[in-house]
Design a protein around this ligand. Structure first.
Ligand code: SF4
Length: 326
């Protein structure tokens, strides 16, 4: 899509429809992800942002093949993830992983930290010479230490639990990690510590991240590029600073306007764009531009035709009739 380096992950026309009320006799589908395409380059963080229910978590799970798609492809290191079998699939599962939002439910309460961090190695049949030393080293990487080795998850704070979850993912030396709202359940000060740690780990190990969040401020802090999702579609995508300082899509402006940050540029966009309406249901998305019922700039064409995602300026893409040449 661009000439920004090697794509580690390429997503093409990805769709995921969930049947409403079961597969049999279904008449309606939740179009959670509805034709998204993007690349994630080696060593970068792509931020995926949007309101809850916009399809960002489903997108993350599809990329990791934790869900099967309705249509479309995901390529990891050039191979179609949905066609991987046997050894290749196991290798993919080692290289690509996820840190979930809730550190309270993602750790087994009956397992010690040692067992939690060692478990992925057992699953993958990987032996290490000195397991205890191996786990201690990982604990230091995430700001914990040997005194935590044989404790149970309930003995830790939310931030510490998320550190354990990150150590468990690092145990397999992954290349790519989906971070699904990894700090949104944590206090603001703890959030900052974890985000900084994730950035340091990325540098140290050359990790590539897909960072999913509803919080555009946090996404900006973490990301090299940002993709904005609305009702299953990407409506804007570009370098993080560019999207922040020169937001094109009326929905991106609305998201920016809702961030409580004392930034004069943001205040200006806040004056321009009022937050209006609730997101419509992905079961029956509106025709044309899905944002039109909430958009202060909607024109006739917006209700009828879907705007294509076009490159408005270098590496800055937008799907909105205000910018498309017709
Ligand atoms: Fe608003 Fe129309 Fe642009 Fe959609 S296409 S965001 S309705 S101006």
């Amino acid at each position: 899509m661009t000439s920004m380096g090697n794509a580690l992950v390429s997503v093409r026309n990805l769709r995921k429809y969930f049947p409403v009320g079961g597969v049999l006799f279904t008449k309606a589908w939740v179009k959670a992800v509805d034709g998204v395409s993007f690349d994630i380059y080696e060593g970068e963080t792509l931020g995926l942002v949007g309101e809850s229910g916009c399809g960002k978590t489903t997108t993350g799970k599809l990329i990791l093949r934790l869900l099967e798609p309705t249509d479309g492809e995901v390529y990891f290191e050039g191979k179609n993830v949905f066609k991987l079998r046997g050894k290749e699939l196991r290798e993919f599962r080692r290289k690509a992983n996820i840190v979930f939002q809730d550190p309270y439910t993602s750790l087994d309460p009956r397992m010690t930290v040692f067992d939690i961090v060692m478990e992925p190695l057992r699953v993958h049949g990987i032996r290490v010479e000195d397991p205890e030393q191996f786990v201690v080293k990982l604990l230091y990487e995430v700001g914990l230490n040997e005194t935590h080795l044989y404790r149970y998850p309930h003995e830790f704070s939310g931030g510490q639990r998320q550190r354990i979850a990150i150590a468990r993912v690092l145990a397999l030396r992954p290349k790519f990690i989906v971070l699904d709202e990894p700090t949104s359940n944590l206090d603001v000060s703890v959030q900052a510590q974890i985000l900084n740690m994730l950035k340091e780990l990325q540098k140290r190990y050359g990790l590539t991240y897909l960072f999913i969040s509803h919080n555009l401020g946090v996404v900006r802090y973490m990301s090299d590029r940002i993709a904005v999702m609305y009702l299953g579609k990407i409506v804007e995508m570009g370098p993080a600073d560019e999207v922040f300082e020169n937001p094109l899509h009326p929905y991106t402006r609305m998201l920016l306007a809702s961030i409580p940050v004392p930034d004069p540029k943001i205040s200006r966009s806040r004056r321009r764009t009022k937050i209006t309406g609730e997101p419509p249901s992905p079961i029956n998305p509106p025709p044309g531009c899905r944002f039109h019922p909430r958009c202060p700039h909607a024109k006739n064409v917006c209700e009828k035709e879907e705007p294509p995602l076009i490159e408005y300026s270098k590496n800055h893409f937008v799907a909105c009739w205000l910018y498309a040449k017709r």
